[in-house]
Ligand binder design. Structure first.
Ligand SMILES: [Zn+2]
Length: 54
């Protein structure tokens, strides 16, 4: 399976867990870009948060 990536509106390419920042929310936590805080779509964040640099 190809690694998931997400290009943020700030231009950062999010690919690994450390590229995301977890923001505690209500029922589901919200994941945001660690650079600018823009929310990352949940489906994509779910994949990215399991990816770590080898
Ligand atoms: Zn960003």
């Amino acid at each position: 399976m190809a690694p998931a990536t997400h290009t943020c509106t700030c231009g950062a390419v999010l690919q690994y867990r450390h590229d995301l920042e977890k923001r505690p929310g209500g029922i589901t936590a919200e994941w945001t870009c660690s650079d600018c805080g823009t929310p990352v779509p949940g489906m994509v964040a779910e994949k990215i948060k399991h990816q770590h640099p080898s």
